[in-house]
Write a protein that binds this ligand. Sequence first.
Ligand SMILES: [Mg+2]
Length: 121
Amino acid sequence: MKNCLIVDDSKVIRKVARHILEDLNFQVSEACDGQEALDQCSSQSPDIILLDWNMPVMSGMDFLTAYRDRHVQDGAKVIFCTTENALDHIQAALEAGADEYIMKPFDRETLQAKLQMVGVA
Ligand SMILES: [Mg+2]
């Protein structure tokens, strides 16, 4: 069973994503900001990280930079979540080490397609 870490400050988004991922047979954990996600990643190694951009404490971008620095060998695939009015974030995220991006709000088909694209589903 593969592990997915959902990083988002929205409880609703985490709930929706968890539902879809559990349906697809992933083991799911959650973090509500980048710092909490980094802390979790020091004791467990997710296969895939679903990462929000705007979060308090530590943003998705700051998390991604720190994460890629610390996990050069055992790094997870990272799917960046963004909104349609923040398209400029995508290039920056890909340059910082994201593997794919997904538009919010996303549905099951879209998320599953992205998981297949990064090779974890
Ligand atoms: Mg957010």
